[in-house]
Design a protein around this ligand. Structure first.
Ligand code: GLA
Length: 391
């Protein structure tokens, strides 16, 4: 073969190899998906974007994989769930939680709490004030006129200590010092994430304190069960076993009432499309700009699902189990398309939803709600399981 022809063949071979193998590996960086593509993302972020030093502490990326090929990724920065690959009805793995390629993506979107562990108090405390054992405490106002999801620098923005326990479990611990964000007591917290062989992400929380305090930990993952980048979630079907909810005022603080859902936009006792009543012109929906409300879960055992959500396109069904008395159903009303998610698509309005298992908002100021008080000598324990099935 002549030298020129040889060089030609060699160059073509290199170009086609790059195309065949390279594209696959880098597709998440170059593929831009829009809502109209309707093509779900299959990408998980690369570990490199999560290796950083923040506040003098090392951050890492952890990936768990089960025998079905399901994968869940985490970082000890904010104890975030950053990606979750679940098989759809055809067996194709799709990413069902909103995530970002690197820690900077999470830093930029802190006020949306994508995938974060939220604490010390998930949800709102009215006017950033509460009283405990006769003392008044003042918190940072980050959601006027209230404090939301832990305050200025919540548990979503701190570096947790990390330990991979085994192939299925990763554990994060954090010591929140006395009066951090205004809350009393040195609070030792542990969050353990387990990916089970029956395709569930199990989240176990534990905490102890040395002074009486309040605590309400939750996970703030945004799900799109058709796969992130596949469009809005309005055709997802939701069922919540809650005969009651806690109505709110215009600042999303519960009024203190516990109201039946029957006959309202909040009746998800039977499976119902998210979009069916989301734009109804009643006060509660207008205050939330859609769903952003706490549902009072009916009495339940941990092995009974309290909510089920189905992706209409993928057939993926998510069942939620929890030891908590409430769940905040948030329909992504503040998502505004300003941020680029893993895969390149934007975080468009209502393109994902959160189901935050929790005690009720503003419980420290509402003695009629289940208590969020934790005393020295007690152990706070909370368990939530998101289990996935593909029809
Ligand atoms: C929670 C709140 C919402 C909103 C989101 C984050 O779900 O209830 O109002 O603040 O977090 O954007």
């Amino acid at each position: 073969m002549k030298k020129k022809t040889f060089i030609f063949y060699l160059t073509s071979l290199i170009i086609s190899s790059i195309y065949l193998f390279g594209c696959n590996n880098t597709s998440k960086n170059i593929k831009k998906t829009t809502m109209s593509d309707n093509s779900a993302q299959i990408a998980l972020p690369k570990p490199e974007g999560f290796e950083k030093i923040i506040d003098g502490k090392q951050t890492h990326y952890f990936n768990l994989k089960n025998k079905n090929g399901v994968q869940a990724s985490f970082t000890n920065y904010g104890a975030h769930l950053v990606g979750l690959l679940i098989p759809d009805k055809s067996g194709k793995l799709i990413d069902v939680v909103v995530g970002f390629n690197d820690i900077d993506g999470y830093k930029k979107t802190l006020s949306a709490y994508y995938g974060a562990t939220v604490g010390r108090y998930g949800n709102r405390i009215a006017n950033g004030k509460f009283k405990l054992e006769g003392k008044s405490y003042t918190l940072f106002i980050n959601n006027k006129p209230n404090t939301l999801h832990g305050g200025k620098k919540g548990f979503n923005d701190v570096v947790w200590d990390a330990k991979q326990i085994n192939n299925n479990e990763v554990q994060f611990t954090y010591l929140s010092k006395d009066l951090e964000e205004g809350y009393p007591g040195n609070l030792n917290c542990t969050v353990t994430y387990e990916l089970t062989e029956d395709n569930a992400v199990k989240i176990s929380y534990e905490a102890t304190t040395d002074k009486t305090t309040v605590i309400n930990l939750t996970n703030h993952s945004y799900f799109n069960l058709n796969g992130i980048g596949s469009g809005n979630i309005l055709n997802h079907i939701v069922q919540i076993k809650a005969a009651n909810f806690t109505p709110v005022d215009e600042n999303l603080i519960p009024t203190g009432e516990i109201k039946p859902v029957v006959g309202t936009s909040f009746d998800f006792l039977l499976p119902t499309e998210i979009g069916k009543r989301i734009d109804e012109k009643n006060e509660q929906i207008l205050f939330g700009k859609g769903y952003d409300h706490n549902f009072v879960l009916d009495k339940h055992e941990i092995n009974q699902p309290i909510a089920t959500i189905v992706g209409d396109i993928s057939g993926i069904k998510m069942e939620i189990f929890t030891s908590e008395p409430g769940i905040q159903f948030y329909s992504g009303n503040f998502m505004n398309g300003a941020n680029e998610e893993i895969g390149g698509q934007k975080d468009l309005n209502r393109s994902a939803f959160a189901m935050e298992t929790q005690h009720f908002p503003d419980s420290p100021n509402k003695p009629q709600f289940p208590t969020t008080v934790l005393k020295p000598g007690e152990v706070y324990k909370s368990l939530t399981i998101y289990r996935f099935k593909s029809n």
